[in-house]
Design a protein around this ligand. Structure first.
Ligand code: SAM
Length: 289
């Protein structure tokens, strides 16, 4: 039964989306942010942080599949994966789907995000929290990367809030320099870079910072309906430029070996390859070499 109550997203001052609420499930002020979870009329359960949509049950698969399967399959042999943010557990679940992954460390600053996601959106992470390969640390991602030993991970996946508030440190030169140090010889990092039609400066600035720490910097795209404004960009920074130039057949072979083929609803080998071919309005914000 729909109510007359609506929630307006407050990301952009002059434009936004709104959801009709069926039922409010939680409203918490954590030490880091305002968290709201509600049952929507149209998109299943939805989580907002500081008024900004983070995840909906209806379209989370798009974002999570692209943020996880693309880097892990491009690498091909990632055994140790570091996840920063991602408190809903959706990335952790996708990382642990990969048969070759031996260890997944997730560093989330806000334990309330994890608690509320587990309570109200349990399907997002499934059983990932109990997987013996998973280690969940409550802490700031910038502190973790400062202290992590050199070459201790093969891939870093940053599923953060936008570069305002607690998420800002995850877009700094210091964060990328330490990420490059903690990654192994063929290591790579991906991160959410917002919707470039609306947040071009964010993509431009953070890509320039990544280029100071990594030889290969680019981005790839995914169309996530509730990250409104067209394509979302996922930032890409790698030590080996060949990793983003693999063809669909090689990606398919790796996905079969990893146990991913046939499990996805957005990602396919062809979508994977196509996602790196950017419209000029997006590519113009990336560093040229
Ligand atoms: N999928 C979402 C999106 O792109 O809109 C983002 C997912 S949300 C779960 C991002 C998470 O990053 C939040 O739970 C937030 O607490 C966490 N986060 C923000 N800054 C952080 C930091 N410095 N260290 C660790 N986690 C952080």
């Amino acid at each position: 039964m729909a109510t007359d109550a609506w929630v307006n997203e407050t990301l952009y001052p002059g434009w936004g989306q709104r959801f009709r609420i069926r039922r409010e499930l939680a409203r918490v002020r954590s030490p880091f942010q305002d968290i709201m979870v509600f049952e929507s009329e149209s998109h299943g359960r939805v989580m907002l942080l500081d008024g900004v949509v983070q995840i909906t049950e209806a379209d989370e698969f798009i974002y999570q599949e692209m943020l996880t399967h693309v880097p892990l399959l491009a690498h091909g042999e990632a055994k140790r994966v570091l996840i920063i943010g991602a408190g809903d557990g959706g990335v952790l679940r996708r990382v642990l789907q990969h048969r070759g992954v031996e260890r997944a460390v997730m560093v989330e600053i806000d334990s309330e995000v994890i608690r509320l996601a587990r309570e109200h959106m349990p399907g997002i992470a499934g059983d990932a929290w109990n997987d013996p390969r998973a280690e969940v640390i409550i802490g700031d991602g910038i502190d973790y990367v400062r202290q992590a030993p050199a070459a201790s991970f093969d891939a870093v996946i940053v599923d953060s809030t936008d570069p305002i508030g607690v998420g800002e440190v995850l877009f700094t030169e210091e964060f990328y320099a330490n990420s490059a140090r903690l990654l192994s010889a063929r290591g790579l990092i991906v991160n959410q870079c917002g919707v470039p039609f609306m947040q071009a400066q964010e993509l431009h600035d953070s890509s320039a910072r990544r280029a100071k720490a990594f030889p290969d910097v680019w981005a790839y795209v995914a169309a996530v309906p509730t990250y409104v404004g067209g394509f979302m960009t996922l930032g890409w920074a790698a030590k080996d430029p060949a990793m983003r130039r693999l063809g669909a057949e090689e990606i398919r072979r790796r996905a079969a070996t990893a146990g991913i083929l046939g499990t996805t609803r957005y990602w396919t080998p062809e979508v994977h390859v196509a996602a790196f071919h950017l419209p000029p309005y997006i590519a113009e914000h990336l560093p040229r070499r």
